[in-house]
Design a binder for this molecule. Sequence first.
Ligand code: ARG
Length: 554
Amino acid sequence: MKNVILEILQSVSPIPLEEHALERPAYAHLGDFALPCFPFAKILRKSPAIIAEEIAASIQHPSIRKAEAVNGYVNIFLDRNGVSNDILHTIVTQGSTFGSSTEGNDGVVTIDLSSPNIAKPFSMGHLRSTVIGNSIALLLEKSGFKPVKINYIGDWGTQFGKLLTAYRKWGNEQDVRQAPIETLLKLYIQFHEEAEQDASLNDEGRAAFKALEDGDADALALWKWFKTESLKEFQRIYDLLGVEFDSYNGEAYYNDKMLPVVEELEEKGLLVESDGAQVVDLGETMPPCLIKKSDGATLYATRDLAAAIDRKNTYDFVKSIYVVGNEQSLHFTQVKHVLSKMGYAWGEEMHHVPFGLILQGGKKMSTRKGKIVLLEQVLTEAIELAQRTIEEKNPTLANQSDVAEAVGVGAILFSDLKQHRKHDIEFNLESMLQVEGETGPYIQYTNARAHSVLRKAGMVDSFEVTEVNDYEWETIKLLEQFPQVVKRATDELDPSIIAKYAVDLAQAFNSFYGNVKVLSDTTQLPYRTALIHSVTIVLTEAMRLLGMQAPQEM
Ligand code: ARG
């Protein structure tokens, strides 16, 4: 609608208008759209009031009921019935495809997400990456791109030499089988503690990693086993979150793909020696990018270079996204710079999508030492809390455990996604699970409430809008904006735009439903049923884009 109005105004405006020229007034008596004419006064050498009057007088369009000039603004009032009829019929006909577009032209976008490290707990940071990355993938898909979700497992690096050494010295098979990540983490911590006393352990660790890189059968077998056991634990979390991946090619996958990259860097004359290591110099503004250590071992950056090139060759992406915490910004800037020095123009299409920390009591939630927050525990706790609420408030509900899972997980997803990803977020399970306020359960509950009205009213085959009150109009205007909201969220790779929109729509619906006696007024029932049906369609779709489930009863 905004674009339509803009076009109409364009045809009568003496000067070109930009999209942001058109405002949405906060108060209904000021119209549905308003065009402030102050910026044109200088160019046209007329007062804003006169310009507004001239424009208002020349507007004529079936979608516009009236245009008023007030204090230098043109206030535009839409034809509520016509617009509502159009939009509700569109939504009911299109269903969940409402808001979809082909804008992406099937272009492939690779998304590096989740990427936990084996033998280490799945951290809050990995949760954020998983949840944000998954939502971005869903948004891209809705906008006509082909997302490819890559879980770049951290399964390579010098730390595995240390872990192998620690396991051989102090570990045993049974403990690992029973609680893989917990046991391996303990061994890793023990390694560091003992290495403080006995520095020769570090040499042993380095040698073990070298053996692993060189393909030593014994080392490889142990490493593989650690990996399998760790992945089993991660999988439980992915199942709870309902996230799937297109590829699990992690760091180890690039073990034999790095040599060609190092050679290419050498051929292009980009490698220089620094303290025995091989680096790419990146000038004054940032530290050099480390490619190879003095003992020949490769580094995180080397693997990311190989992975970036491999992804371009495999997928021919139009865009390559990395959903990784703020703290790795320098790393990704360096990788991009090296690619550009290598002459790869597509390096420009690589985007680090950073996010902030999850805090508890103002401090980073840490996975180090004693403060292990096992994410699975957090998720289980959320589900249990949801379960208890259901037992209390709706004891006869069917599928209680499914609903509890949808609500518990939805609460965590939503509290993460409702804020701009760059912000740090405070973790508080109780407040995430509130059914009031800007929470996942609030959106889910609103949708379930709408479904319950639909069950009572019954579905309609045809309807005609003949009268629209202010509550209905606010809701319909929001419904109408959904496609633009999806577009903006996709363009900005920002799921919080969808989350905020879902809150607005849920609030508008609740105030409509609280103020209008829907079921008792039979003349308006078909139209209002269509309106409520449209609300469920759009709320459900918004939740789906956030990775949340939308139970019809709760
Ligand atoms: N495994 C890394 C970590 O936990 C994140 C990997 C991010 N992706 C990448 N391509 N570097 O810190």
